[in-house]
Each structure stands twice: as C-alpha cells, then as structure tokens.
Design a protein around this ligand. Structure first.
Ligand code: UDX
Length: 439
C-alpha cells in the first residue's frame, strides 16, 4: 500500500518505519528540514532500540522516503497518517495547533477524486477527528475531494516501540464507513491480534482511557506503598500477590517515584480537562494526578529526614535521568524533578544514564552538575547514591565493589530496583519505597 506519514516524532517515525518493514511504500513528511536531512543520513531524531538500523535498511531498499515536500506526500498516500505532536497547553488541555495545520494543508493539497483515508494516530481529544474533517473540507475550496477520516490510536511504549508495533495487543480502528475500515484492515491483517472496529469517538477515547487506567494502576500501587510503610508490609510482595489475580494482572504495579514521560502526565490531564469541559468531575482521575504529584515528595521526605533540608556540601551520585528505562527521553521525567530538588537544596550531583545524558545536559545545564559516562564514577566520594530510572544496567552494578568508593554507604532507590536484603547485608543503609523494614 502507499502510505504517507505526517510528523517524524516518535509515533510517526516508528510507525512509518514499521509499515515500510511490512513491505509498504512509505513517504514520511516533516516540516523540519534539518530533521529530514538527518533521517536521510541515517541519524535518528530520537533514540529507539533498532530504529536506526531499520530506517537505514528500508531507505536503501527504496521503501521509505523522508521529505519536506507536502505536495509529493499528498499525492503519494492512499492512507495518510497524521502523527504530529499534541503537547499540553497551559490549561492542561491538548494543544491541537499542529493537527489542524496539517488538516489545512491536506485540504489545500489533496488530489481531487482520488480516494484517501485520513488517519489520526496522534493522541487527540474526542471530537478532534470530526474537526479535522471540517478543516480539510473548509480548505479544499470547492475541489472534489474523496476521503474518509479514521482514528487509529497508538499504544507504543518508548524503548520497545518496534517490538510493540509488531506484537500489539490490539488494533483499534474507528471509522465512519466500512470502506475506510476495510482499507485499514488490509494494513494490519497480517498481525495475529484483535482488530477492533469502533466509532471514531470510541477510538479516540480508548487511547485516553487506556493511558489513564495504566496511570491509575501506578498511582494506586504508589498509594499502597504508603500504607505498606505504615503497617510493616512490602509493596513488592503486595503487588506480586495482587498481580497473580488474572483480573488485576501484575503489570504496571511497580511502586516508585511516580510516572512521567511524554504521554501519561499529558494524557491524564487532558482526559480530566475533557471531562470538566463536559461538566463531569472525574474525581478518581484527580486523585491519580494528586497521588502522582505527591509521590516524589514522599521520596524526598526520606532525604530530608536523614540530612535535613539544607544539602550544602553533600555530593550525591544519581543513576538515571530518563523518564523510564530504554529511552533517552527526559520529558516530564520525575528523575529530573528529584535531581532539581536535591540540587536546589544545595547538593552537588554526579549523574549517569545509559542514554539520556545529552538531553539531561540540555535540561539541567552545568551548575552543580557533573555528567559521568561511567556508572562507577557516580560512586566516587559520594555521600549517597540515588536510583531514579529503572534501567536493568543499574541492577547489575557490583555494589559490593562500589561500596569502598563511597563516602558513606547509603542508597535511595526510587524505583525499588535492588534487593534490599542483599544491599543491607553488604552494609548499605538502603532506602526504598513501600518496603518498611528497609527504611
Ligand atoms: C505509555 C503507554 O504505556 C503506551 O501504551 C502509550 O502509547 C504511551 O504512553 P510510555 O510513556 O513509553 O508508554 O511509558 P510506560 O512504559 O507506560 O511508562 C510510563 C511511566 O510510568 C514511566 O515514568 C515509568 O517509569 C512509570 N511506571 C511504569 C511506573 O512508575 N510503574 C510501573 O509499574 C510502570
């Protein structure tokens, strides 16, 4: 099939690359010339396992063209995917400027009398696809366009998105016509998964409801971790026991410093905004947001309790600044917020991260910061080590060997990554979340 992707961010680039890998003929458009030039050279704007190799290969095989040429992109695709960003605006609602800019361009440039499906993959509030349709028609200036709209939300996780695209739990296709649904089904039919046909509105809401539900699971277990600390239970054991119930499931029950990233915070806020706009007070969601905000402060209380609120003169090693493992992304990273709180109270920070050092330098600058290429260097004469991202690499560090490098053997594990018994047996003072017998 001939496919056009508009927007070469996470969703756009990964989806375009994967579709080309499936054998389709893909044109990927972005208005940013620099980004497109780099993609052509095989330099990816984001770090994602396997993406660079894949994009290089499909470009060589001639099935993937990166361009800034809108006319070419509009002529090319029988399926046109809108994958541009929808950041939060100041009120917490999704900013749809980019989506409607694209819709306007589609209206102006779509060839006449050639059937097209215009698909929104960006996460957009309910009703947006219909507004996209109106915008396209408004800008078509009486030309005879033949198209349907479609909502096909994306459930990719950063870090594993190529795997996820090939092994998705479901494909959701919201359309107004069977013709559009059948076209879309053709694209995904080879996947061994459920293809769910829904209305446009339901598809739009499925994405928000899914992310909000996962965020609720995380906030729930984080709240449980607070109870664990107060009653002497261990949140890892509690989560394991809960997760064995198939109706609950064990995933997204890792307590920590709270969820971050480019999706959960933004999407949960946006769903709350939508519900308020529709005169519904979604109180549960408000609690989810509050609990997530509070969680990093509970973690910081452990630090204040040990050192007081003035951290002048302390040096802390920090493992992890990415919002989660497997990515260089630091957007809405709780790790960054914790680092800022430590630094703001006077501490010097030595930071290591397997992928996110460059982005961290951009976000945190140089004052009070030392960036370490080697994990081991964060232990050098530090007063404590903080684990703030769940990279498995950090679990594999030889903490026995590292102990002698530290000024004092103290660990604050904000992701419950390490085994408390092993660490305390090694003589560490080990702080974690919701495991009361270990501080
Ligand atoms: C999420 C959704 O999972 C994905 O389906 C959607 O398309 C985009 O948003 P992503 O943002 O890549 O994906 O990360 P995810 O793995 O969901 O983690 C989000 C945040 O929650 C991270 O900060 C992570 O550290 C945190 N998290 C996750 C927990 O604190 N505990 C958990 O048990 C799981």
């Amino acid at each position: 099939m001939k496919i056009t992707i508009i927007g070469t961010g996470y969703v756009g680039l990964v989806s375009g690359a994967v579709f080309a890998d499936w054998g389709h003929d893909v044109v990927c458009l972005d208005v940013n010339q620099d980004k497109i030039d780099k993609i052509k050279e095989g330099i990816m704007p984001i770090y994602e396992e396997g993406l660079e190799e894949l994009v290089k290969r499909i470009q060589k095989e001639g099935r993937f063209v990166a361009t800034t040429d809108y006319e070419l992109a509009m002529k090319h695709g029988e399926l046109i995917f809108i994958c541009v960003g929808t950041p939060s605006n100041q009120s917490g609602a999704a900013d749809l400027t980019y989506v409607f800019d694209v819709a306007k361009n589609i209206g102006e440039l779509l060839p006449e009398n050639q059937y097209r499906v215009i698909i929104t993959k960006s996460t957009v509030p309910v009703g947006t696809n219909h507004k996209v349709k109106e915008t396209i028609l408004k800008n078509s200036e009486g030309r005879k366009l033949d198209f349907d709209i479609c909502s096909n939300p994306e459930f990719l996780r950063e870090g594993t998105s190529i795997f996820d695209a090939n092994n998705t739990d479901r494909v959701v296709i919201g359309t107004e016509t069977d013709k559009a649904f059948e076209k879309m089904k053709e694209l995904y039919n080879h996947l061994e998964t459920t293809i769910l046909q829904t209305s446009i509105q339901s598809a739009e809401l499925i994405k928000y409801a899914s992310n909000a539900f996962l965020a609720t699971k995380i906030s729930f277990i984080n709240e449980i971790s607070q109870i664990c600390e107060r009653v002497g239970a261990d949140v890892k054991e509690v989560a394991q026991g809960m997760g064995l119930d198939n109706r609950i499931g064990g995933k997204f029950l890792n307590a920590g410093i709270g969820y971050g990233g480019s999706c959960f915070p933004k999407d949960v806020e946006a769903l709350y905004r939508t519900s308020s706009e529709k005169m519904y007070d979604f109180r549960l969601l408000r609690g989810v947001i509050d609990a997530n905000e509070r969680q990093k402060h509970y973690f910081m209380e452990k630090v204040w309790n040990k050192y007081g609120s003035n951290l002048d003169g302390y040096v802390f090693g920090v493992l992890g600044s990415a919002f989660k493992n497997g990515t260089d992304d630091t957007r809405k990273s709780v790790a960054l917020e914790v680092i800022k709180m430590l630094r703001g109270a006077g501490a010097k920070i030595k930071l290591a991260d397997p992928a996110a050092l460059e982005n961290s330098k951009r976000d945190l600058g140089t004052i009070g910061m030392e960036y370490c290429e080697e994990f081991n260097d964060v232990f050098d004469k530090s007063d404590a080590v903080f684990i703030l991202t769940e990279w498995s690499e950090f679990a594999n560090i030889n903490y026995e060997k590292m102990a002698s490098k530290l000024k004092s053997k103290v660990i604050f594990d904000g992701k419950n990554l390490l085994n408390p018994k092993v660490l305390t047996d090694l003589g560490y003072e080990y702080h974690s979340i919701g495991r009361s017998s270990y501080l």
